[in-house]
Design a protein around this ligand. Sequence first.
Ligand SMILES: [Zn+2]
Length: 403
Amino acid sequence: MAADLGARGTARQATERPHPATDKAPLVLSGANVVMPTGTVEQGRLIVDGTRIAGAAPENAHHIDVTGHWLLPGFVDIHNHGGGGASFTSGTPEDVLKGIHTHRLHGTTTLVASTVTGDMDFLARRAGLLAELAEQGDIAGIHFEGPFISPCRKGAHSEELLRDPDPADVRRLVDAARGHATMVTLATELPGGIDSVRLLAERGVIAAIGHTDASYEQTVEAIEAGATVATHLFNAMPPLGHREPGPIAALLEDERITVELINDGTHLHPASLQLAFHHAGADRVAFITDAMDAAGFGDGRYMLGPLEVEVADGVARLVEGGSIAGSTLTLDRAFKRAVTVDRLPVEHAVAALSSNPAKLLGRYDRIGSLEPGKDADLLVLDSDFDLKGVMRRGEWVVDPQLG
Ligand SMILES: [Zn+2]
């Protein structure tokens, strides 16, 4: 089927000036499998004009044949601690930009920067630094993972710095982020947990249940209070038990919850991923990297907040105790794994990597699908699902060099 995605658009007037962001000729990418919210359009075409996806091709457009390739919306990562050797929790602004760029090279065109547990004063200062990057449009917001988490499920967070989710402390971090706090991960069963969930919901910040030792009933209570995300479902929470179903059952069964999954082949057994997709459905899963500094960089010794981490064969573990300490995943790998190893339909993988997280961030009007009027954030993949091109807001971050 040949389709023109711009059929409903109106042609630009000849007198109209080029988009101010770029003087480049509009671009028509044609012949690809274009993954749209309604399904995949075979031999479709996509028009980029300035920084946006356009509805119709102007006469001066430059045409690129991408036959045999896939065109997907850029990936959206809502949980990411760093990459390219840089940490979002401790790096300089230049380091943070380097980490963001590393993930862009791997298809992540929208990224929420995550912090790890630290001292409250440190995290408040960090929020200020990251808020500047959010104001510049480099990141889509800030995710605080810790310090309001359970010592029983602390993972790679420093135990002595953990604290109960006192709403006053939660408010302090949200305020320090100057409107750019997007998500706070909480062990909602701790004292102050439910009040903190209510506070976050009122402030329009996602309350995410994670690093938690909550029971099924306690999790239901937190969802009723306004929590909407499960931080890396299965990891850092009690396992599913037949008499004590715990948080996993409560999070999977409630339609208000989006579940994060780390699809790197290390954090989850493939059957657990299938279980989550089966129960939550493709519209309620968000693939995340939970990446640390070594993502897109290499094995070696790193720091995750105040803790030392050894990365070997791409798996990050705490030097002390051996807990898994984030991942070295990039979302291009998560996508390829989803469609080749997990055998998910391409459209479901795209939902988990683009549209669902974009909706969660309240930005689906601008990103998360390849529809006219949205930001030209798009990916070109070959027929083996290897990433060949990355465009962000109309600019090639990785030029597919196809003509
Ligand atoms: Zn994390």
